[in-house]
Design a protein around this ligand. Structure first.
Ligand SMILES: Cc1ncc(COP(=O)(O)O)c(C=O)c1O
Length: 351
């Protein structure tokens, strides 16, 4: 990693140079797509993908009601209307049945978010997209390496976005993101849009943005990409250890992987109505946990103007009240998983 960074530093070429080109080619190959376009963040990747899909004022984008706030912010950035769909309460992923009734002639895109690392069920969404003529924009920020029906997430939708935020399965040393697509026109649009809308220096085709993956991040990502599959395997082993160890605790709902989908365990999220007390108990034992996410987007102050009410998206609200993410990262000693499992079993009185 240090050698790659030193080479990048010594090149004195820090924006849109050879490392970004190499990383884009390597990431596209790894993800099984024709094109990858590096941008400054996952949020930008999503909003540029949505713009390429035609989202804008007067159009609608269907997003999960329990999505990360970036998914909603990306739609807001285009000026399109946010249309929330309730998720499947068991997988936490977009429920195609909930999407059906929300599609209208104004729908520009539907955004399946492969939440926590599990691939969404994609076939019914792709059928709907075909029928109604809208785009599927995958949010693959948390699921690099997951598969639906054997296909890698990030390669299934018409346009896909991912994040290289440092904690992601493939994380940079700062912010970064990428769009992936098999469509040459969309790739060309995104490549220009991220760079002031310019295809030729000082000539601007679109009113774009400045959102470029930088050379040093690309150099770091090129090194880390070589380890991603192995790290995902490590995550899977640790997740299995949690699943085995917590199976006997009836007060907990464990993550459920849907048929045809795989999970790359970006997060290991359990659900329990005793969430807050359990969290406190674990904190006292020196075990850090997180809540993804404590407040759904429709109840955030940022979206108060949309007029959504408490109780309007009960599944999202219930997930926010009951979800708890346990520690999991590649390289985590198995003994640490066992300590977390033992503490949880102790809390619930399961021997
Ligand atoms: C599901 C999801 N979508 C989008 C994003 C936005 O990515 P970024 O933080 O790189 O803007 C993130 C992560 O932060 C995410 O987890």
């Amino acid at each position: 990693m240090l050698a790659a960074l030193t080479t990048g530093y010594d090149s004195h070429w820090y924006i849109l140079g050879p490392a970004v080109e190499q990383f884009e080619a390597a990431y596209a190959k790894w993800n099984g797509v024709e094109y990858a376009i590096g941008v400054a963040s996952g949020l930008d990747a999503l909003s540029i993908a949505l713009k390429a899909a035609g989202a804008g004022p007067g159009r609608e984008v269907v997003v999960p009601s329990n999505a990360y706030i970036a998914c909603w912010l990306a739609v807001a950035a285009t000026g399109a209307t946010i249309v929330p769909a309730e998720p499947d309460p068991v997988t936490h992923n977009l429920d195609p049945h909930a999407v059906v009734s929300l599609c209208t002639p104004q729908t520009a895109a539907v955004m399946p978010v492969h939440l926590f690392g599990q691939a969404c069920v994609m076939a019914p969404l792709l059928e709907l997209a075909e029928k109604h003529g809208f785009y599927i924009v995958e949010d693959n920020a948390q699921a690099q390496g997951a598969r639906y029906d054997g296909r890698l997430t990030g390669s299934i939708g018409h346009l896909n976005a991912t994040s290289f935020y440092p904690t992601k399965n493939l994380g940079a040393l700062g912010d970064g993101g990428a769009l992936t697509t098999n469509d040459a026109y969309h790739a060309q649009f995104a490549r220009a849009y991220r760079n002031y809308g310019s295809e030729q220096k000082y000539f601007n085709r679109y009113a774009g943005v400045n959102s470029r993956l930088d050379e040093l991040q690309a150099a770091a990502l090129l090194v880390k990409l070589q380890h991603l599959d192995r790290w995902n395997q490590q995550r899977a082993m640790l997740a299995q250890r949690y699943l085995d160890g917590l199976d006997a605790v009836p007060q907990i709902a464990l993550p459920h992987v849907a048929p045809g989908c795989t999970h790359v365990w970006h997060l290991f999220v359990i659900r329990t109505v005793y969430r807050d007390a359990l969290r406190q108990f674990l904190t006292k034992k020196g075990i850090q946990t997180m809540v993804h996410y404590p407040l759904p987007p429709h109840l955030q102050e940022a979206f108060a103007h949309l007029g959504f009410k408490k109780g309007q998206f009960p599944i999202a609200e219930q997930l926010a009240q009951t979800s708890l993410s346990l520690p999991l990262y590649p390289g985590m000693p198995e003994g640490h998983v066992d300590r977390v499992v033992d503490a949880i079993r102790q809390f619930f009185g399961v021997s």
